[in-house]
Ligand binder design. Structure first.
Ligand SMILES: NC(=O)c1ccc[n+]([C@@H]2O[C@H](COP(=O)([O-])OP(=O)(O)OC[C@H]3O[C@@H](n4cnc5c(N)ncnc54)[C@H](O)[C@@H]3O)[C@@H](O)[C@H]2O)c1
Length: 388
């Protein structure tokens, strides 16, 4: 199944690491560490192979992909030997990155993105394209009457208003071009009634939101433990220090608020109450793409005995995110091929703020994911057997 992976934010750290990683896997230059679709429980015939993934995308900046990859190598995020070995691959992908459309009405910008997707599909004889949003986190939006249904939205996009934030405009373009959409960021993306209806109208699946790669991943393992042991979490405070483009963007108060809200969901929804404490995200340029999270949890046990847990997480953000981007593209492509439509709640395992489901326990999410992917393989196995 030849599958296009269209990255919104194609020159960013996560996108560049995903492209370098996928091309290295295709050439057997590295192991699939961190790719859950390569675990024996998930591997199988429904998923497109790494050799079948073709990359393209949009980005407003023009820094060549090879330069971005070299910068990531210098920062210790990807091995320099891989970047050197993959020079031709990166040049090939470079040809498929288009400038993010600007100016004109939003309807005109959608038309440009749709034309870029259609041309990409034709050039590479793709069976399908999955659009994955890995661009900068946006502030939360203000409601607009056009958000309610597809017809009003289509009309509003022809006017002068900025009706949709970029993440949602890309989702609209993806659905218009017949492509599934995955949001790896906390931005609005497909989370508007008009876009949800459009996806259903076009028979397309979508997934999101906000990749679960660090502090929240650990929380989604620890919070269910406190709940299952009937221990009372009294406070949970976390501080995240990070640099890189994501860190710089999250220094903006509005983007920071969107990210913090996405990170906070797991506690209240897992414990059934909100303990005291906040999550903070601070920008420290020196840390680059490496993030440190410190969490302090205070909790009470039998007869009110007070206890505490502390953890420190030092993560390389893009190295944690990139294999999940590849997993999501592969599973979403297979889900589309199998006829799934609407929010892919079974992919909650990957997200801080999953669409279509309120369970945040990693263990429960893992069971759902395994059943879902096993079902995709069974469908493909059946189709293959019929074709034979
Ligand atoms: N790394 C992780 O572990 C992780 C986890 C969860 C979510 N995320 C999210 O993934 C996103 C990407 O992170 P990153 O570290 O690669 O950030 P980055 O700043 O390195 O890359 C973002 C890219 O998006 C581009 N961009 C900005 N506006 C755009 C637009 N309108 N259209 C197309 N491209 C646009 C930027 O030019 C940049 O190249 C962020 O939103 C981040 O919050 C990352």
């Amino acid at each position: 199944m030849r599958t296009g992976v269209w990255l919104v934010g194609a020159r960013g750290s996560v996108a560049t690491t995903s492209i370098v990683g996928a091309r290295a896997l295709r050439s057997n230059l590295t192991a699939p560490t961190g790719c859950v679709t390569e675990l024996p429980q998930l591997r199988g015939p429904a998923l497109p192979a790494f050799t079948e993934l073709v990359f393209g995308g949009h980005d407003p900046v023009h820094t060549p992909l090879a330069k971005r990859a070299e910068a990531l190598a210098a920062a210790g995020v990807v091995p320099g030997r891989l970047v050197a070995a993959l020079a031709d691959d990166l040049a090939e992908v470079e040809e498929e990155i288009r400038p993010a459309p600007t100016g004109g009405t939003q309807a005109e910008r959608v038309a440009t993105v749709v034309a870029d997707l259609d041309a990409f599909r034709r050039r590479h004889h793709l069976d399908r394209i999955v659009m994955v949003n890995v661009s900068a986190t946006e502030p939360q939006i203000t409601p607009h009457p056009g958000h309610v249904d597809p017809a009003r939205l289509a009309e509003a996009l022809h006017g002068d208003d900025e009706v949709l934030p970029p993440s949602s405009l890309y989702a609209y373009a993806a659905f218009t071009a017949g492509c599934p959409y995955v949001d790896f960021t906390p931005s609005t993306g497909a989370r508007l009634p008009a876009l949800a209806a459009l996806a259903v109208e076009r028979g397309l699946p979508y997934a999101g939101h906000d990749g679960k790669t660090g502090e929240t991943l650990v929380k989604s393992v620890l919070a269910p433990m406190f709940a299952m042991r009937n221990l009372q979490v009294r406070s949970w405070s976390g501080i995240n220090l990070l640099g890189g483009g994501d860190g710089a963007n999250l220094a903006e108060p509005a983007a920071n608020a969107a990210k913090v809200e996405s990170k906070q969901r797991v506690l209240a929804e897992t414990l059934g109450y909100q303990p005291q404490g906040d999550t903070r995200i601070d920008y420290v340029e020196e840390l680059g793409d490496f993030k440190t999270a410190w969490d302090l949890v205070t909790f009470a046990g039998f007869l009110g005995a007070g206890m505490r847990l502390e953890f420190t997480w030092h993560g390389c953000d893009s190295a944690l995110a990139a294999p999940l981007v590849l997993d999501l593209a592969r599973i979403t492509a297979a889900a589309h091929a199998a006829g799934h439509v609407g929010p892919l709640a079974d992919l909650a395992f990957f997200f801080k703020d999953p669409v279509g489901v309120s369970t945040h326990s990693l263990a429960e999410q893992w069971v759902r994911l395994r059943e879902f992917v096993t079902g995709l393989h069974a469908t493909t196995g059946g189709a293959d057997a019929q074709a034979r």
